[in-house]
Each structure stands twice: as C-alpha cells, then as structure tokens.
Design a protein around this ligand. Structure first.
Ligand code: SAH
Length: 471
C-alpha cells in the first residue's frame, strides 16, 4: 500500500516539518497489523514528496497473532487485497504516524500548518464501490482536481472490463491537515469495508475528523452511512448532529431512498400487484424451479415459498446487504430443514455469466433492468437469455409514460435515484422484440396496475418464452 504526498510550496522540504518526519531519514513504525515506513523519494526546494508505505501482514491478520486483544483474527482469508490497497488500515496508520500533522500542529512551522498550500496525494490502489463516479462525488466538492485510472479486472481478458480498483490522484490547495483528514475519513468510505468493529465512539471520530467540511458535503449522509458501516442508529445520530436544525428532516439513507419510491407508489400498492402478477405467471408456466434475479430484500421470494409447486427457489442479488435483509425477513436460520432446502440466496451480479443460473424453468426479473447502465443491460441480456436460458422469463419495469400522473417525482425525472432509464411502452416493446430475435424467444406484454387514458399503467411486464418450449 503506497500513499505519496507532494508539495511544490517553496521551500518544498518544509513538508518534513509539517509531517514531523525528516526527509533525510527513512523511518519505520510498528502497527498492530504490520509496519509503516515513511521515506522521501524526492526532496528539493521546488518539489518534495513523502511516501507512506504500509507493509500489512495478511497471515498475521488471519491467524490473529497480530493486533491487540479483541482485534485479532481480523480477516478470515489468507489471500486478500488488504496488503495492496488503501483501506481503513491506512486511516489507522495516518492517525498513528502523522498524528500531529493531522491535528494541524507543527512545532517548527505553525503558520505553514495553518496555510493552504499546493498538495497532491496519490494512492497507488484504492478499492472503490461506486467507481469513478463516487470518487469524484466525494473528492471534487472538497476542492480537489481528481484523476482516476481504473484497473482491468484481468489484463489478459480485457472483455471482462474494469475492476473496483483505481489509482487516485487528488490535487488541490489545502491545509495538509485537511488533506490527511479527508483521506482518513474517505478512504474507508470508498472501500465500504472496515476491518474493525464500529463502536459508538466511531461517531465521535467521524465528527471530529469531519469538522469543518463534512456537514457541508453534499454526500455527507452516504459518508456517514458507509463510515459507520450502515449501523442505522449510529448513522442517524451522526446525521442529526451534522445537520443544522432547519434541515434536520433530511436523511438520505438508502432505506429512505427506497421508501421514496414506495411512498410514491403506495396508493396503488403497485409493488404488491407486480409481485402477485409475476407469481401468477410463473406458477401458471408450470415451473418447479425458479430464479429471482435481483431479488433484493426477498419480497418475491417470500411469495414463491408459499407455492408448494416450487421445489427449488434461487434468489440472486449484487447487494450483499439486501441478501442479509432477505435472509433475515425470510427467517432462513429458523426454517425447518425441508423448507430450507428449497431456497438458496446467491451473491452475484447479473452482468456476468454465472453457471449457477443454469437449468431453471423460470426466472423473474422484477424492477431490476432499469438499474443497469445500457452497456450492462446488453451483458445482462446474454447472461439471462443466452447462458442461463430458462424456459420462461418475466421482466417488469416502470412505464415512463405514467410518470406524468405523479406531479412531482422525488427522484427528479425518475421514480428512483438509482434508475438509469425508464422506458415508455414502445421502448420496452422494442427492447423485448430485439431480445426475442436475438435469443430465440417469443414475448407477450402486459400492463401492471390500473391504466389511465393515454399513458397506460404505472408498470409493465414482458413474459418471454423460449421458442423450443410451449409455455
Ligand atoms: N426484485 C426486487 C428488488 C428490486 S430493486 C423487488 O421487486 O423487490 C433492484 C434490485 O436489483 C436491487 O436489489 C439491486 O441490488 C439489484 N441489482 C442491481 N444491479 C444488479 C446486478 N448487476 N446484479 C444483480 N442485482 C442487481
């Protein structure tokens, strides 16, 4: 794990006074998870760069040999990315190795510690759930010019696309203490993974390090949510304390966003209708084993379980958190063995070919496709219709024409902020027809929800049947 910090503020070697590390002398520090080294690859009057190298001991972390009591056995896999990427280990290292600099203190150059100077930080590898978009959303509002270089998943298989790893450069005129606290808070947020348990004092830490910038950050709620590992009570506490009184109503949590969509549609109980229709068409197809692709929190799975006809039910979602909620709601851990054997939850993405999806009679894809970027939608089509290739597939998506019935959409143009598109009936039908031609299916379309003149129903369904079957 490598972080470099460069300044061109003259004399640039003053960076050593700010960091309390002499450019002429490499230093090493013992940490609970390995060792940190500080060296200066360049130290001139015009330009000076300090490098923080973390040498993380992955085997020690797994065996629990390293780390204070209670923190042992941090990781369960010997092979993991932690030694190579910027993660919450970096935050711990920053607060240990550069404690005074983070607090904005410098014995020799106090005025420089208070000054904004040209700084550039480069993280050789950061994992980021949310990709370049999120990297920019988090750092640009803080005044950085952000440069992002994505890394391929596998250099030998470029068609697999990019990984969640990036090289990140942040350039801006900042106090060094601000740069360090931004990294301290935001690096674990990017990763959305933390190696230690989040306790109540994490809220204090977040607010302390976020002082002066977090409250005004447009993504403060996301930052709080991820930093506090989605522990709702802590997140609520943090947001309440970040937000001034007049705005305190706002809570941008993921649950709140989903609620937006559901509140909007509640008078129609539209989602219920969708799920009932999908349950019915799948039951009527005679399927005995069924996939729920993008199963979310398991609303359809619960209905499918009620049908004895289905002996094998598999839900898949890319969101691990949603699967946890589904497992909880379905009470999987308390289910009688016979029942438990009928259902499997899979963590996976619908845009990658996955052999676990093969051999099914039917698949449901309820309100999922509109969450996929257009190039990913093309990948999904192949995954579902070419590789998984169930006998029938029921797909639902919002009908964009109906949106005029709702005078104000909370998500702006769309019903949900994460929607990448919403289609008219003609657009959905055109897509469905292309799918049938390309993959050898036939399709019929049905409205979902009460229709209005001209604009149709709020939601729409396509039922695909493989040509070589007679569903
Ligand atoms: N079908 C569920 C959830 C719909 S919300 C229901 O009707 O209640 C959309 C779901 O699609 C979310 O749970 C989201 O995590 C999932 N999703 C989005 N992109 C995905 C992908 N590439 N692979 C698998 N699931 C995905």
């Amino acid at each position: 794990m490598l972080l470099t910090i460069t300044t061109t503020h003259r004399p640039a070697t003053d960076l050593g006074f700010l960091l309390h590390k002499n450019p002429a002398r490499p230093q090493s520090f013992d940490l609970s998870f390995g060792r940190a080294h500080v060296v200066y690859p360049e130290a001139g009057d015009d330009r000076c760069t300090a490098a923080l190298i973390l040498d993380i001991d992955p085997v020690g972390l797994v065996r629990g040999r390293r780390g204070p009591a209670g923190e042992g056995g941090l990781l369960t896999q010997y092979v993991n990315d932690r030694p190579y990427v910027a993660s919450s280990f970096l935050s711990v290292a920053l607060s240990n190795v550069f404690a005074s600099a983070m607090a904005g203190r410098s014995k020799e150059r106090p005025e420089l510690a208070d000054a904004s100077i040209p700084l550039e930080a480069r993280l050789s590898v950061v994992p980021c759930r949310g990709g370049e978009v999120l990297l920019r959303r988090l750092f640009e509002p803080l005044g950085y010019a952000v440069t992002v270089t994505p890394h391929a998943l596998d250099g030998r298989a470029p068609e697999w696309g990019t990984s969640r790893y990036f090289t990140l450069t942040l350039a801006g005129t900042q106090r060094l203490a601000s740069l360090l606290t931004h990294l301290y808070v935001l690096v674990p947020v990017l990763d959305d993974e933390k190696h230690y348990w989040v306790g109540d004092d994490e809220v204090e830490k977040l607010l302390r390090h976020g002082e002066g910038w977090l409250a005004a950050h447009p993504d403060r709620a996301l930052i709080a949510r991820r930093y506090l590992k989605h522990r709702q009570s802590l997140v609520r506490d943090a947001i309440a304390r970040l937000v001034s009184d007049e705005e305190s109503e706002e809570d941008d949590s993921g649950a709140a966003r989903d609620a937006e969509e559901h509140t909007l549609e509640r008078p129609l109980s539209l989602h219920e209708q969708r799920l009932e229709i999908v349950r019915a068409v799948i039951r009527e197809s005679g399927a005995t084993n069924v996939l729920d692709l993008g199963c979310g929190e398991g609303r359809l799975l619960r209905r499918l379980l009620e049908e004895r006809q289905f002996t094998r039910i598999v839900g898949m979602d890319v969101s691990y958190r949603s699967l946890e909620i589904a497992a909880d709601r379905l009470k999987l851990d308390r289910m009688p063995a016979m029942q438990r054997e009928r259902i499997t939850l899979l963590h996976g993405s619908l845009v990658y070919r996955d052999d676990r999806l093969q051999g099914f009679d039917a698949a449901a894809v309820v309100e999922v496709i509109e969450h996929l970027d257009p190039p990913r939608l093309a990948a999904f089509e192949r995954v579902a219709f070419e590789f998984a290739r169930p006998r029938m597939v029921a797909v639902t998506t919002p009908n964009a024409e109906y949106n005029v019935v709702w005078p104000t959409l909370p998500a702006g143009q769309f019903r949900h902020r994460d929607h990448r598109f919403e289609w008219t009936r003609a657009e959905f039908e055109a897509w469905g027809s292309r799918v049938t031609e390309r993959f050898g299916y036939v399709v019929r379309f049905a409205p979902v929800g009460p229709a209005q003149p001209d604009v149709g129903s709020p939601s729409q369904m396509a039922v695909f049947a493989r040509k070589d079957t007679d569903v």
